[in-house]
Design a protein around this ligand. Sequence first.
Ligand SMILES: [Zn+2]
Length: 247
Amino acid sequence: MAEIRAKGIIIKQSDYGEGHRMLSIFTEEYGIIKAVSYGATKTRSKSAASSQFLCYADFDLYKANNRDIMTVNAIDTLDGFYPACEDIKKLSLAVYLCDITYSILGTNNPDARMLHILLNCIYALAYKDEPPEKIKAVYELKMMCVGGYMPELTACASCGKSDIFAFDILKGGMVCHDCGGKYLVKMDKTLYKALEYITAAEDKKMLAFNASDELLKRLNSLTEQYVSLQLDTRFQSLDYYKTMLEM
Ligand SMILES: [Zn+2]
């Protein structure tokens, strides 16, 4: 039995039993952990307001030796990122970004860099005047890079030749005319430059570039297919986000 304190952000929540809530918390110290917040859905509970999606806080947790799931004792909220929670489009995008994170990292696997990239993007979504589509594409690509799926941009991802002409989503990068497969994305200078910038930029500066709506559209199409094909996952939260965009 142990009591621990961890700083983190709630990336998933679901109802659990009578009036309780199951949380997935991405913590700096322990990676993504699961914890139950007892009584969290009862309005008079102290932890109700804090046991919310995207709540960034210091968590007091209790871990029994024989259980993977912890118990939340107290939550000391640092930021609720409320503007991102109160806008249904932003909220649905945040759900998708958290789903990608979960899919790449799994549970109990600390990764401070991934956590900070997530926090930067959620912060930008809540407080900065950045287009959500830009945050989405940058997050998709940056997380893939950090998670071990860095696309090959300077030579053919298949044979290594330098005569590259298009991006092959399945082969994981630029390809030559001989190696291009079924999942090709046409490339031009602006799209290539955006890919180059995001993959190479320092995490803090990953959003610091200008992009037209047209470029963001093409960039998003590439990055979301890249995530889905490389991780071999169809994210329902992405479909949901897209239906929100059409409203
Ligand atoms: Zn090739």
